[in-house]
Design a protein around this ligand. Structure first.
Ligand SMILES: C[S@@+](CC[C@H](N)C(=O)[O-])C[C@H]1O[C@@H](n2cnc3c(N)ncnc32)[C@H](O)[C@@H]1O
Length: 356
């Protein structure tokens, strides 16, 4: 059985401490020892020694849980990962067995990487040629924006910060020239002033992000830039339906407070008033992207990698399943199918580049 193979693989790392896993979208994952590795179709998975009986138990539970549920979808998720440490695989297996990931999941996040990175690219395009000495990518995720920064500013020292180990593991592999660290943006402060602070789709997660932005500007050298993009989709159908399902079910007492606690970002006027006293130049704009997706399942997948997470985290596996079934049905009713079978996900985003 496929997951028995995975299980054996996880329990028997190679002598070099790695596990090899066949990277394929359509075929079962097989594990082999290093000697069997051939060609570039193989991804190495770091194996960390299990630290305690509890870890052992957790892994066994995760793998047993996934045994019944393993299917092409699980394999796809695993196959997209370039390199995962053992805890990431355990967490992935557990959450996929239950329906959807419970913590930031780089593989699911990267399913729509092209679309997500387009915003980072559009933001970076408005950053002036600074010849920066140092750059910080706050909430760097899987390093997709960090990679763009490294390409645009090859001479700069680039640091990526994130609170998710899962994301950082992918980012490290992806941009070896940059340095990455686990850090909460809320309390971060650079050791010395910097030239560029880049935050694509991350500041909206930080409480009091308006105060944070003003603080971040004070960490810049004269002429340095704070470049920010935040999704502005709380009023979109996708999110309204999420809240509606959250408020209408046996889970309402748990999910309504979560829905209410969601950060609502300000309008263009708000950020203009906030930032303009602290900078010499401010470029502020908003764009509504339109993403043709394959159907409601794709919309669910998109937000399972971001906005759905706090809701799903609060539910049992069984509740999660029924929450998603209802959410999917609402999406199917609300998003008309185009003649080519696609549904159009409208996705407004707010951007600014503030220069000191
Ligand atoms: C939507 S993703 C954006 C990833 C990437 N910047 C991009 O352009 O696609 C948000 C990222 O911010 C990180 N994040 C959220 N809150 C954070 C915090 N308080 N401190 C550091 N990172 C945070 C998450 O772990 C996640 O990787």
């Amino acid at each position: 059985m496929r997951c028995t193979i995975i299980k054996e693989a996880l329990q028997q790392p190679n002598q070099d401490g790695k596990i090899n896993c066949l990277k394929t979208k359509s075929r079962p994952i097989k594990a082999h020892h290093s000697a069997d590795v051939q060609g570039s179709n193989w991804a190495k998975i770091e194996a960390r020694p299990l630290t305690s009986a509890m870890e052992n138990w957790r892994m066994a539970a995760a793998l047993n849980a996934v045994e019944g549920a393993i299917n092409e979808r699980v394999l796809n998720h695993v196959a997209w990962g370039l390199s995962l440490d053992l805890s990431a695989i355990v967490s992935l297996c557990r959450s996929l067995a239950a329906g959807y990931p419970m913590e930031w999941n780089s593989s699911l996040y990267m399913k729509f990487e092209k679309e997500r990175t387009r915003a980072a690219r559009d933001l970076l395009a408005q950053v002036p040629d600074l010849a920066p000495g140092s750059i910080f990518d706050l909430g760097c995720g899987p390093g997709n924006g960090t990679e763009l920064l490294a390409a645009k500013f090859p001479g700069a020292r680039i640091f990526g910060l994130d609170i998710s180990e899962n994301m950082l593991a992918v980012a490290r592999e992806r941009v070896p020239s940059a340095r990455f660290g686990k850090e909460d943006i809320a309390g971060w402060r650079p050791a010395e002033k910097t030239d560029l602070i880049f935050a694509n789709a991350s500041l909206q997660f930080v409480p009091s992000h308006d105060e944070l932005m003003v603080r971040l500007l004070s960490y810049l050298r004269e002429g340095g830039c704070l470049a920010v993009q935040m999704p502005n989709n709380i009023q979109e159908l996708s999110h309204a339906l999420m809240r509606m399902v959250a408020a209408d079910g046996p889970w309402a007492d748990r999910l309504v407070p979560i829905a209410k606690s969601r950060a609502v970002i300000g309008g263009l006027d708000f950020y203009y008033q906030l930032l303009v006293p602290h900078c010499s130049r401010l470029d502020l704009w908003q764009t509504a992207y339109v993403h043709p997706l394959d159907g409601p399942d794709d919309i669910v997948d998109w937000f399972a990698g971001s906005a759905l997470r706090p809701f799903l985290d609060a539910l049992s596996p069984c509740e999660r399943e029924s929450f998603l079934t209802r959410y999917r049905a609402e999406l199917a009713a609300a998003y008309p199918v185009q003649t080519n079978g696609k549904v159009l996900l409208r996705y407004p985003r707010l951007f600014f580049v503030a220069q000191r």
